[in-house]
Design a protein around this ligand. Structure first.
Ligand SMILES: Cc1ncc(COP(=O)(O)O)c(C=O)c1O
Length: 474
C-alpha cells in the first residue's frame, strides 16, 4: 500500500476521525507529523512552538532521547500486563517513586489511564471508604465541587465539574454535587476585594460543610489553579484553608493535580506550596511527560486500610481499567521523573517563570486585557471588552480563537479557554522560545479586535473554546 497523500490524510481526518470537542462540520485539519523538542511539525512542514504543551501534558519536550529510549527498552520486555491481580517490575517501581515524591502520608497508588479516570477512582474510593471505615457513615455520598471546575468528561467527573456550556446538557445523568463559588480573585462579588477574597470563599465553603457535612463524602479541588475555568489562580492560603475545613468537618479532600501536577506550578505537586496532604491525589497528563496515557490516584494509609479484609468480606475496591498501570506508560513516567533529576528541571524554572512574568506585566497594559494571572509556568490572560466593568467579549466573537489563529501564523500553537489566552509550555521551553510565544500572543491581542467577524475555526485540532461564562473545557 502506498503512503496516503497529504490531501487524502486531510480528507480522511475531516470525514472519518471524530475529533473531541470539535464541530466537525467546520473542522480544518491540522495534522502534526513529527516533533523536535518544543516544536511540532505538520504534514506541510510548518513548524509550531507547542505553547500549551499538547493540551497541558508535555513536560520535557517531544522526542526526548531518554524518554524515547525508556519506551523502546520496555518494548523489549513486555508492552502490557494487566494489573488486575498481577503486576510488573516497571509499574511497581513507579509506585515506589511516586510515594517517595508525593506529599507525606500518600502511601498507596491506584493506576488508571487518564485524568478523568483518576478522578472517577478518587470519587468511588471516597464513597466506598465511608461505607467501610472503622466508623462507617454510609449516608456520606454527596460531593462538594467548585463552580467552573473541570475534572474530565466521564459522568462522575462531569458530576463534579461545573462548565455550564458543556455539562448542562448531561445534568439528567449526573449525581448530586453541592456547589461553592470558584475562588476567583478577579471576579469577586461586591464588597469583596483581593485582600479578603480568601476568607470570603472559605466562608462560602464552610457554610456548605457546616450545613451538610454528615452527607458529604469529599471536597474535590484543583489545587492552586482552576485550569479549564480560565487558569483561575486561587488566593494564597486558600488550599490550606480548605484542608483545615475538611479536617474540621470530617470530609475527605480530593486534590485533582491532573493539570497542575508534575512541576507546572514550580514545585513537583501544587499541594506542596501550602504543605497540604490531601486524602486522595489525582495525577495524569504530565505523569508520562506527555507521552502515553497513564494516571494515578494516590491514597493515604487510612483509606487503604478501609479496603482490607478477607475475600469473603467483599471489601476490595471494585474498579479497574484494562490498561491501568500499563508498563510502557510506567516506563516513560519513571524516565520522566529521572529527567527531572538529571536536568534539574525544577531548579531551572525560576528564570523561565520570571521571564513569563515580565511578558505578562507588559501584556497586562493592553487595553483589551482585564486580568493576567500566573502560577509557575501556567499563565492565563483574560480579554475583556471593558476593563472598568470587566464586561466580557461575547463568546460568538471568538476573540480568544482569533488571537490564537494570529499567533499560529507566527508559528505558535495555542489553545484558548474562551476569552482567556493560555500560555502553558513544556517545562523544557527555552527563554528564547518563551519570548517568541509571548510576543506572538501580544501581537495577536493587539491585532484581533481589529478584525471582528473573522471566521476563526476550531481547527487547531484541539477542543473548541468557549463560552458564555468565560470558560471552556481544556
Ligand atoms: C484538572 C483536570 N482534571 C481532569 C482532567 C481530565 O483529564 P483527561 O482529559 O486526561 O481525562 C483535566 C483535563 O484537562 C483537567 O484539567
Amino acid at each position: 500500500m502506498p503512503d496516503p497523500t497529504r490531501e487524502e490524510l486531510k480528507q480522511w481526518d475531516r470525514t472519518l476521525v471524530w475529533h473531541a470537542f470539535t464541530q466537525m462540520a467546520e473542522y480544518e485539519p491540522l495534522v502534526i507529523q513529527r516533533a523536535e523538542g518544543c516544536t511540532l511539525i505538520d504534514i506541510e512542514g510548518n513548524r509550531y512552538l507547542d505553547g500549551t504543551s499538547s493540551l497541558w501534558c508535555n513536560i520535557h519536550g517531544h522526542r526526548h532521547p531518554k524518554l524515547d529510549e525508556a519506551v523502546r527498552r520496555q518494548l523489549d520486555r513486555v508492552a502490557h500486563v494487566t494489573n488486575l491481580g498481577a503486576s510488573n517490575p516497571t509499574t511497581i517501581q513507579l509506585a515506589k517513586r511516586l510515594v517517595d515524591l508525593a506529599p507525606p502520608g500518600l502511601e498507596h497508588v491506584f493506576f488508571s489511564d487518564d485524568g478523568a479516570t483518576a478522578v472517577e477512582v478518587a470519587l468511588k474510593m471516597a464513597f466506598q471508604y465511608w461505607r467501610q471505615c472503622a466508623n462507617p457513615q454510609p449516608e456520606k455520598n454527596w460531593y462538594v465541587a467548585f463552580d467552573d471546575a473541570y475534572h474530565g468528561d466521564t459522568l462522575g467527573s462531569v458530576s463534579v465539574g461545573g462548565v455550564e456550556r458543556f455539562h448542562a446538557m448531561f445534568k439528567p445523568l449526573l449525581f448530586k454535587t453541592l456547589r461553592v463559588p470558584a475562588p476567583n480573585p478577579y471576579r469577586v462579588p461586591p464588597g469583596v476585594g483581593r485582600e479578603n477574597a480568601r476568607d470570603y470563599y472559605l466562608g462560602e465553603l464552610e457554610e456548605v460543610l457546616a450545613a451538610d457535612h454528615p452527607r458529604i463524602a469529599a471536597v474535590v479541588i484543583e489545587p492552586l489553579v482552576q485550569a479549564a475555568a480560565g487558569m483561575i489562580v486561587h488566593p494564597p492560603g486558600f488550599l490550606r484553608g480548605v484542608r483545615d475545613l475538611t479536617r474540621r468537618y470530617g470530609v475527605l479532600l480530593v486534590a485533582d493535580e491532573v493539570a497542575v501536577g508534575m512541576g507546572r506550578t514550580g514545585r513537583m505537586f501544587a499541594c506542596e506550596h501550602e504543605e497540604v496532604t490531601p486524602d486522595l491525589l489525582c495525577l495524569a497528563k504530565g505523569l508520562t511527560g506527555g507521552y502515553l496515557p497513564l494516571a494515578a490516584t494516590l491514597a493515604t494509609d487510612a483509606i487503604w486500610r478501609a479496603f482490607l479484609g478477607t475475600y469473603a468480606e467483599s471489601r476490595a475496591f471494585f474498579h479497574g481499567h484494562t490498561y491501568g498501570g500499563n508498563p510502557l506508560g510506567a516506563a516513560v513516567a519513571l524516565a520522566t521523573l529521572e529527567v527531572f533529576d538529571d536536568e534539574q528541571t525544577l531548579a531551572g524554572l525560576p528564570p523561565k517563570i520570571a521571564r513569563l512574568a515580565g511578558h505578562l506585566a507588559r501584556i497586562a497594559e493592553l487595553p483589551q486585557v482585564g486580568d493576567v494571572r500566573q502560577c509557575g509556568l501556567i499563565a492565563g490572560i483574560e480579554l475583556v471588552r471593558d476593563r472598568a466593568t470587566k464586561e466580557p467579549y461575547a463568546w460568538q466573537e471568538r476573540l480568544g480563537l482569533r488571537v490564537c489563529d494570529r499567533a499560529r501564523r507566527e508559528g505558535v500553537l495555542l489553545r484558548p479557554l474562551g476569552n482567556v489566552i493560555v500560555i502553558m509550555p513544556p517545562l523544557a521551553i527555552t527563554l528564547d522560545e518563551l519570548d517568541r510565544i509571548c510576543l506572538a500572543v501580544e501581537r495577536g491581542i493587539r491585532a484581533a479586535p481589529e478584525a471582528p467577524g473573522v471566521a476563526a475555526t476550531d481547527g487547531n485540532g484541539t477542543r473548541p473554546a468557549v463560552v458564555e461564562r468565560g470558560a471552556s473545557a481544556p
